[in-house]
Design a protein around this ligand. Structure first.
Ligand SMILES: C[S@@+](CC[C@H](N)C(=O)[O-])C[C@H]1O[C@@H](n2cnc3c(N)ncnc32)[C@H](O)[C@@H]1O
Length: 289
């Protein structure tokens, strides 16, 4: 059942009423402020329907700072260079991920890598753009480590980037709960070790393949030169405007080797004029032409 516009407006209004009752005070201007900041800083679009999300994710920090209102928090953020902004961006991004998510992309990558890792080709470069807590680049690394047993490749590296600095710190630790890990494919199990405290850690061999770096997909600075054999940029474009999606996809496509793979999230499509990529018969997957 879809919500009628008036139901949705009522639901949004209730967020502000509830905030008045529980504190910290949260007003429509506050939502507009954080929505505009996220648009400028990360390209993320936060419509009015995200009022509850913005309140829920930022209110604990506002309280922790001993502030009575979001207006006071906005004052605290008046310097655009303040490190507190990293926290805001971290809180308002969605980091959900899991190992071997959308497994068809890993099957495709496995076929592509098996061809690439033929004798004589020693170099493999992969990029997980918007890597969250590392589940995606470590899945790539586990696959690569598994394939290396058959096809020795000396020079393999995976770049893993995200805009959220706090999630990158977590990713470096490579420690996951059983829920984060989920059901691993059989070949991956030897590369994940269950610790005495119930957490699981990724083994040294795949970890060594991954370098985590801070990077904003909508920023002008893209220091990576490529070319990459495969880029996964999954479940992040959905948060961006159509114009930003097109710009990002054009830049990603430009960093792929001819024949290289671009995999997007299940509901994401590469749109844009004269892109040097061709859609292939695997969901949300493209190859550089
Ligand atoms: C839902 S997670 C996707 C994780 C993984 N790619 C997957 O599909 O499982 C989205 C990630 O995109 C990151 N993100 C959001 N905006 C970004 C931007 N402008 N540049 C780089 N990363 C961004 C978030 O911090 C978050 O970790």
């Amino acid at each position: 059942m879809t919500m009628a516009a008036s139901d949705s407006a009522d639901a949004i209004g209730e967020v502000y009423i509830a905030a008045k009752a529980s504190g910290p005070a949260f007003e429509p201007d506050d939502l507009a402020f954080f929505a505009e900041a996220m648009r400028q800083r990360a390209g993320i679009i936060l419509p009015d329907t995200k009022a509850a999300l913005v309140f829920r994710r930022l209110a604990p920090r506002v309280r922790e700072l001993g502030l009575a209102s979001f207006a006071a928090y906005r004052q605290r953020l008046s310097n655009p260079e303040d490190a507190e902004w990293d926290r805001v961006v971290g809180q308002l991004t969605t980091n959900h991920s899991r190992f071997f998510r959308e497994v068809h992309h890993f099957k495709l990558l496995s076929e592509h890598l098996s061809e690439l890792m033929a004798p004589g080709n020693a170099r493999v470069r992969l990029w997980s753009a918007a890597c969250a807590a590392g589940q995606e680049p470590y899945s790539m690394a586990i696959l690569l480590s598994h394939l290396r047993a058959k096809h020795p490749v000396t020079d393999a590296r995976i770049l893993a980037t995200d805009i959220d600095r706090s999630i990158l710190v977590q990713a470096e630790q490579a420690r996951y709960t059983p829920e984060d890990i989920g059901r691993l494919p059989r070949f991956a199990r030897p590369f994940v070790r269950r610790e005495a405290d119930g957490f699981s850690t990724v083994a040294e061999a795949p970890r060594e393949l991954v370098s985590f770096k801070h990077h904003n997909l909508i920023g002008s600075d893209w220091p990576m030169r490529g070319p990459f054999d495969a880029i996964f940029c999954r479940n992040v474009l959905i948060y961006l405007s159509r114009a930003d999606q097109e710009r990002v996809i054009a830049r990603l496509a430009g960093l792929l080797k001819v024949g290289g793979l671009l995999c997007l999230g299940h509901s994401e499509v590469a749109r844009g004029a004269r892109l040097p990529i061709r859609r292939i018969d695997v969901p949300s997957s493209y190859v550089r032409i």
